[in-house]
Design a protein around this ligand. Structure first.
Ligand code: ATP
Length: 479
């Protein structure tokens, strides 16, 4: 199997050669981790969390200068203005507290609409206008806006250029995001490795496609988006529904790869996940379970089952624990009655109250607060902006990509070319041999006016492509 981007020793090239900033990580990583490199996606068996993704300290030992990203948030509340004019603001999140550290995967779970994406957006500093937040969100104990290349966000809806192939989409991103000093061949090798790690080897040359043209599947699109964001090996990675649209095997391989990279390189991963299967759930180090904007549970993922059992909602035998958690706390469907070990069966609304109160007990919430206090004392130097492509490289790559995109888009380029030719022939024949008399001055002015007006109006036809370009530009990590 081909080794991955951080493969190190066993690979023909090393992470340190590609990412100068990563050499220190590589040196620190234990031989067993480094020498192996991430297994390919295709059919390679990956051991569960206990073996393949050990807790962070075993893999990642930060230094004073580079302790990794310790993200803490306390009492985070998010309010959004009501839809009607003058309506009261609506609370989306209230009093959310938690933490995530290097080498760990934190899963945010909860019923649909509970506030998972809002929490991710809040932590990533991406809340839109009209939404207000309160509370304290700190990185290594200080307020810090992470510099370019330090954090990445995989959104729920992937924004990709429909005319590009998988390989091209990732190559162009690699050219834009990776350091200008890195040779083009290494960028390509790194992009190829990341593509294979995500199990996209067979779809490399397939067109991404969009609404009008069929291309890769929804699950493959998701993986392409993850590839694009993981190219720079960010220190903090936010993932919104990384496994949506994937079958259980693909979900497991994608998440296990992310967890392995996190453990090896000290990456902090915060992922909003809908309905993980048992194997995927086992990959999570920590779980933040939300219901209707409130915390139901925050702590080691392996401790959630015990928490539910102690609170009177044991997981029935042969049921996936994550299914059990979500069924217990989903009150969208009134008829749902959850099974409780206590005498009376409970409604989901009652279950949520019981679990929320149970989580406030010192055994659970105080542990979280203690860990947050520890993380706030980590300190370390602010994260430096990572090197990226030069202005001239960006200009060249973006111009080239734009031309490739335009000439492949029949509606944008070829049809308009046909229309221009038609208009040219019409105007040419109408105003053929207008002569040089005084009356021809008027005819010449008309030609200029028609040509200018038509060119202006025809330019509007390019607007949809421009909008697509803008979306892609905004989805890329900003400088
Ligand atoms: N800008 C907004 N204006 C009004 N309500 C909003 C806004 N953003 C989010 N909400 C509401 O906040 C709640 C949480 O939304 P969010 O997208 O965070 O949920 P989610 O848990 O990610 O859902 P899903 O799993 O279905 O993606 C929802 O009820 C949603 O309707």
């Amino acid at each position: 199997a081909r080794t991955g981007s951080g493969g190190g020793g066993g690979a023909g090239w090393s992470l340190g050669r590609i990412f100068p900033w990563a050499s220190a990580w590589q040196r620190r990583a234990p031989a067993g981790v480094d020498g192996r490199g991430p297994a390919g996606f295709d059919g390679v068996e990956v051991a569960p969390r206990t073996a393949a993704v050990a807790p962070a300290p075993a893999r990642w030992a930060g230094t004073d200068e580079d302790p990794g990203v310790f993200l803490t948030w306390e009492d985070v509340c998010v309010m959004v203005a009501g839809a009607a004019y003058g309506a009261q603001p609506v609370s989306i999140l209230s009093g959310i507290t938690g933490h995530a550290g290097p080498g760990e995967v934190l899963a945010i779970m909860g019923p649909s609409g509970c506030g998972k994406t809002t929490l991710l957006d809040t932590l990533a500093g991406r809340l839109g206008p009209g939404i207000t937040e309160t509370g304290s969100i700190l990185i290594n104990g200080r307020r810090e806006k992470l510099a370019f290349g330090t954090s990445a966000y995989v959104t729920q809806d992937s924004v990709l250029m429909s005319t590009m192939s998988v390989r091209e989409a990732i190559y162009y991103s690699a050219q834009l995001q990776l350091p200008g000093t890195m040779p083009a061949a290494e960028k390509r090798a790194h992009a190829d490795a990341v593509i294979r790690e995500m199990g996209l080897g067979d779809a490399m040359d397939t067109r991404i496609g969009g609404r009008m043209t069929k291309g890769i599947s929804g699950g493959q699109r998701k993986r392409v988006t993850i590839c694009v964001e993981m190219l720079t090996r960010p220190r903090l990675l936010f993932l919104d529904e990384p496994t949506s649209g994937l079958d259980s095997a693909a979900s497991y391989h994608v998440m296990s790869h992310i967890a392995r990279v996190a453990a090896r390189e000290g990456m902090t991963v915060v992922a909003a996940v809908h309905q993980p299967c048992g194997d995927v759930f086992d990959l999570f180090h920590r779980l933040c379970l939300l219901a209707y904007g409130r915390t139901i549970f925050f702590g080691p993922a392996s401790g959630a089952t015990q928490f539910f059992t102690e609170s009177g909602f044991p997981c029935p035998p042969l049921r996936n624990p994550s299914d059990h958690f979500l069924r217990t706390i989903n009150k969208d469907f009134d008829e749902e009655i959850v099974e409780s070990s206590k005498a009376r069966r409970k409604t989901a609304a009652e279950a949520i109250e019981i679990l929320t109160d149970a989580y406030q007990s010192p055994a659970y919430s105080e542990k979280t607060m203690d860990r947050i206090a520890e993380m706030k004392g980590i300190g370390g130097a602010p994260f430096r902006k990572r090197e990226q492509a030069s202005f001239s490289t960006k200009l060249f790559v973006l111009t080239r990509r734009s031309f490739v995109n335009m000439h492949r888009d029949i509606g944008y380029y070829w049809m308009r070319l046909g229309v221009y030719l038609g208009i040219g022939i019409c105007l040419g024949t109408i105003f053929y041999q207008v002569g040089h008399s005084y009356s021809s001055i008027q005819a010449r002015c008309e030609v200029i006016m028609y040509t200018t007006a038509l060119l202006t109006f025809m330019a509007i036809g390019g607007f949809p492509s421009f909008v697509e370009d803008v979306k892609v530009a905004f989805s890329l990590p900003s400088d």
